[in-house]
Unconditional design. Structure first.
Length: 435
């Protein structure tokens, strides 16, 4: 009898741990014992004799069937117990309480955070909860598997940037709209919610629409930002443009991350400092002061009023990778860092051209200097451009709804071969206009 009690206590403790490990197949979606991370970080690498699991799990005082110490909806209540800058180096909780981040406005398709602090119908990060249905949510474990997370950074490859260890063991969707678990590439996590694999939010206004990013990034398309493969514009001018980025310096052979445009704006200085943060840094898009969770400002809906001058900050996002010099140069002279010598003229020398409104989605709008989005409306890729005639254009050219076709044409047109535009913009007819 003297040895019976200690043995029973050990058995109870072991049984409790077995229950806890089995429960991981629930909210956290682990189907077997946790795999150690490469650096045995705080979420994994445990032995059966550890008591570290009790940080998140309790055998007798748990709040739910997964034996978590907090209610599973939202999961952030548990995660923020450490990820508030106290128990972990990352202050994710602070990103959600940032007073500079506006509230989401679904009515105008204006989103500034992934809603990890909202209650949801989430069940498991390992279960496909998105295929063909409108079931939008973003619990922490939709993007992170806490038992496999580690410190290793993502790496650039010809097929896209690989997933960092912060995304290890996470499910997603490939560019061909196939469920993958675990993901190989970082963008596969994004496509789980931002492609036609799921049902996207519906808006009638063009600039509000949520488009299929798998289609727009498809390397078979005529033009796209190089997320899944290097881009098709390998000209010397593009090489020189990329060499002039204020934060990152990619090349025409590079692939880029979704997070290079949609990321943590707090890490980017004002003005941005070259190579800080690095292109492969942790840039998690939890929340941002800029609509679309952008890492820097980009003006894409409201056209300029008459007499409004060129402003660098309007296009700060573009200049993280591309040289600003061609847009400041209003001479119209040829340059070595752009294939279109009239960028500066359009952005700074037509401050009183046109008499329309300032809504980019209104035909004929425009009364002053242009913005980038009037000629590069769908910036992810041209495959879903609002004018069907523009969907096979290269160089990211596709026109906004405010740009009109000339009489007799079905769409505003651009010809790379002839170096001209045939359209009406800001009330000015280009029929055609060469450059």
């Amino acid at each position: 009898m003297g040895h019976g009690r200690p043995n029973r206590a050990v058995k109870v403790a072991v049984a409790a741990m077995v229950i806890a490990v089995a429960a991981l197949a629930g909210v956290w979606g682990v189907t077997s014992a946790p795999a150690p991370s490469s650096a045995d970080g705080p979420h994994g690498g445990y032995t059966v004799t550890t008591d570290s699991c009790s940080t998140c799990h309790r055998s007798h005082t748990a709040q739910n069937s997964e034996l978590l110490t907090e209610s599973p909806s939202p999961q952030s209540a548990l995660c923020f117990a450490c990820h508030d800058g106290t128990g972990a180096s990352s202050d994710v909780a602070g990103q959600y309480s940032d007073p500079n981040v506006p509230a989401d406005d679904p009515g105008t398709s204006s989103f500034y955070s992934h809603p990890a602090t909202a209650a949801s119908t989430h069940t498991s990060g390992q279960v496909d909860e998105f295929a063909g249905v409108l079931n939008r949510h973003a619990e922490c474990s939709d993007c992170h598997n806490p038992h496999q997370a580690g410190p290793a950074a993502p790496a650039e490859s010809a097929g896209g940037w690989t997933a960092s260890e912060s995304l290890a063991g996470t499910s997603g969707v490939s560019g061909s709209l196939t469920w993958v678990n675990p993901i190989t590439y970082e963008y596969e996590l994004c496509l789980k919610c931002h492609s036609d694999y799921t049902t996207l939010l519906s808006f009638s206004k063009e600039s509000y629409k949520k488009t299929d990013k798998a289609a727009e990034f498809d390397p078979a398309g005529a033009s796209y930002h190089p997320v899944e493969a290097a881009g098709k514009n390998t000209t010397a001018a593009m090489t020189n443009s990329l060499a002039g980025g204020t934060l990152w310096q990619f090349t025409t052979a590079s692939t880029v991350r979704c997070l290079n445009c949609h990321g943590d704006y707090r890490l980017v200085g004002n003005p941005p400092t070259l190579n800080s943060p690095a292109s492969g840094a942790r840039l998690a898009p939890h929340s941002s002061r800029y609509r679309g969770l952008l890492i820097a400002n980009y003006r894409d809906r409201n056209l300029k009023v008459a007499n409004e001058p060129y402003d660098t900050n309007d296009f700060a996002l573009c200049y993280l990778c591309h040289a600003e010099a061609p847009f400041q140069d209003q001479s119209g002279d040829s340059r070595s860092d752009t294939n279109f010598r009239l960028h500066g003229l359009h952005l700074g020398q037509i401050e009183n051209v046109g008499s329309g409104g300032v809504d980019i989605d209104t035909a004929g709008a425009g009364q002053g200097n242009s913005i980038c989005a009037e000629c590069h409306y769908r910036s992810h890729g041209t495959k879903l451009a609002p004018w069907s005639d523009n969907q096979a254009y290269s160089r990211g050219v596709n026109f906004a709804p405010n740009v009109e076709p000339i009489s007799g044409q079905s769409a505003p047109l651009w010809s790379l071969a002839n170096a001209n535009c045939t359209l009406v913009c800001h009330g000015t007819s280009h029929n055609p206009e060469g450059y």
